[in-house]
Write a protein that binds this ligand. Structure first.
Ligand code: NAD
Length: 513
């Protein structure tokens, strides 16, 4: 099924330039001699455009300008701040296909998933507009007569966003739409793999801000890799650092922000599992598993990586999955019908092949897939066949997140054992159970069930909606963003006691003369 993705591939740069032009984005010049980087399109493995690296001192200046914008923006009433996000959402709707083109060219997502990513961006704008009238605090009864006790939520300050390659725009919008209605400007360090998507998305927000007369520096993009990110992380005026990426990155940034008593919102790696019980509807299970395991070529933080199947059905599940895997259309992600695009880089492909080697060495059997495909017209592009691997136990490789389409299948004989296996990995992002037995489902969702931030029943681990809070526990970092009450991370809470009496009674009945 592999189509030769690059044989008739028009130069991805032409499509990128056209999308950027339509989005109103300019490519910043990369002056001779100054540090620069060139992102690569996973479609063909060819370089796109050289871009300047934002130097640490320029990061500092960007944060300072964002702080200036904060001083005005925090005084704009929240529903008026919502008007900016409403306009931004309108522009995203209008330019859905343009932004999706950049997502496909830089992250390699199939068109349907790239469009879905942009859809998520205006979905969160809708949510944030509603939120702009609902940033509510509580009142509590005071123990003192003639007193009122209440809490108020205020804008926090500059939010630094560091994002990963695999959701090159949606993660920023989850943070930005909510931060803006909460009164906070955003400085964004996108993945060095997907800077064009960032420039395109930010151009729309800048246009919305100009139309509405909002401060110019509410949204800034800084470009580069780790060093640019490090300057953002260390800056004392970044009140909240929201960072999405690997567990390694999280372990590096968390202590730096903690040392200056800043706040972090960490969205790190997952090692997501589903349990398939004897009562599961296997047709539905196979569909849910295939989407979660091979969607985005296994490069979602919520991708399904472990399948824990009751021994009574494991052979049938494996057989059905193997047959579905063998029919997967792999190739050019822009072509209708393709379900599996390329991995992001040759390095990602090499990590997948090394993980499969290790799985074999640890007693695993590759049931199907796991081949890399060299395309004559694009030798540096990393197209692979998703792998289904039967493992005798949760050996070290199964405890590791390999960011590629590898699904490890394991057997279990009772639910306690399955839940223990499920929770035995360091990460705690997403999980699901396929069962028609209510007791099993409730047990999985209960206090001694899944230890993840996301726990589903009869759907896969990936494909979250923006209405819920998104994030995970343990080495996934503990952060929550997007819907529910995740907005609170972007605001500071003040507790207010108001005395409307003529007396001054002290709390706890303290007598002070
Ligand atoms: P990565 O950790 O290599 O890079 C992520 C971002 O962090 C990039 O912008 C990078 O430049 C920056 N960065 C790296 N080291 C840094 C440092 N020391 N200081 C400051 N910035 C630094 O991750 P990736 O390969 O782009 O993305 C894949 C990873 O992201 C996977 O582990 C995946 O599970 C995770 N992810 C998690 C979520 C989530 O919501 N939990 C969502 C998407 C991706």
């Amino acid at each position: 099924h592999l189509k030769d993705a690059a044989s008739d591939l028009p130069d991805p740069r032409e499509a990128a330039l056209e999308a950027l032009r339509r989005l109103g984005a300019q490519l910043p010049p990369a002056p001779d001699g100054a540090p620069s980087f060139t992102p690569t399109s996973p479609l063909s493995g060819h370089g796109l455009f050289p871009l300047p690296v934002t130097l640490p001192e320029e990061v500092g200046a960007a944060v300072d300008r964002a702080h200036e914008a904060f001083l005005t923006w925090r005084l704009v009433p929240a529903p008026a701040r919502g008007a900016l996000v409403r306009r931004f959402g309108d522009l995203l709707r209008e330019h859905k296909a343009d932004l999706a083109t950049l997502v496909t060219l830089e992250a390699g997502k199939i068109t349907a998933e790239a469009l879905g990513e942009v859809q998520e961006m205006f979905d969160i704008c809708d949510l944030a507009v509603g939120l702009s009238r609902q940033l509510e605090g509580r009142t509590m009864p005071s123990e003192r007569p003639g007193h009122r006790l209440m809490e108020t939520w205020h804008p926090l300050g500059v939010v630094g966003v560091i994002s990963a390659f695999n959701f090159p725009a949606a993660v920023w919008s989850w943070n930005t739409a909510v931060a803006l209605v909460c009164g906070d400007p955003v400085v964004w360090k996108p993945s060095e793999t997907a800077p064009l998507t960032a420039l395109g998305a930010a151009a729309l927000l800048r246009r919305a801000a100009a139309e509405l007369g909002a401060p110019e520096h509410l949204a800034t993009v800084i470009l580069g890799g780790r060093e640019t990110g490090e300057a953002l992380v260390a800056h004392p005026r970044v009140a909240l650092l929201s960072a999405t990426g690997s567990e390694r990155m999280g372990a590096e940034v968390a202590p730096v922000v903690a040392a200056r008593m800043g706040r972090t919102l960490l969205e790190l790696g997952g090692n997501n599992a589903a349990i398939v019980t004897p009562s599961a509807d296997l047709d539905l299970t196979v569909r849910g598993v295939v989407f979660s395991a091979v969607g985005t070529a296994g490069q979602r933080c919520t991708s399904l990586r472990r399948l824990i199947v009751h021994t009574s059905v494991v052979d049938e599940v494996l057989e059905r999955l193997a047959s579905a895997y063998r029919g997967l259309p792999i190739g050019d992600p822009r072509e209708a019908g393709t379900l599996v695009g390329p991995l992001v880089s040759a390095a990602a492909r090499d990590r997948m092949l090394a993980a499969l080697e290790q799985a074999r060495a640890e007693g695993g059997t590759v049931v199907t897939g796991g081949e890399a495909h060299a395309l004559p017209a694009a030798p540096d592009a990393a197209y692979v066949t998703p792998a289904l691997v039967q493992m005798p136990a949760q050996s070290p490789i199964v405890h590791t997140e390999t960011f590629a389409p590898i699904l490890y299948v394991l057997g279990y004989s009772d639910l306690d054992e399955a839940i223990a296996m499920h929770n035995a990995v360091p990460q705690g992002l997403s999980s699901s159970i396929f069962t028609l037995d209510q007791r099993e489902a409730e047990r999985f969702l209960g206090p001694d069930g899944s230890d993840c931030g996301i726990a589903n029943v009869n759907i896969g681990t990936s494909g979250a909606e923006i209405g819920g809070a998104f994030g995970g526990e343990k080495s996934t970092g503990g952060g929550r963003e997007s819907g529910s009450d995740a907005w609170r991370a972007y605001m500071r809470r003040a507790t207010n006691t108001i005395n409307y009496s003529a007396d001054l009674p002290l709390a706890q009945g303290v007598d002070f003369g």
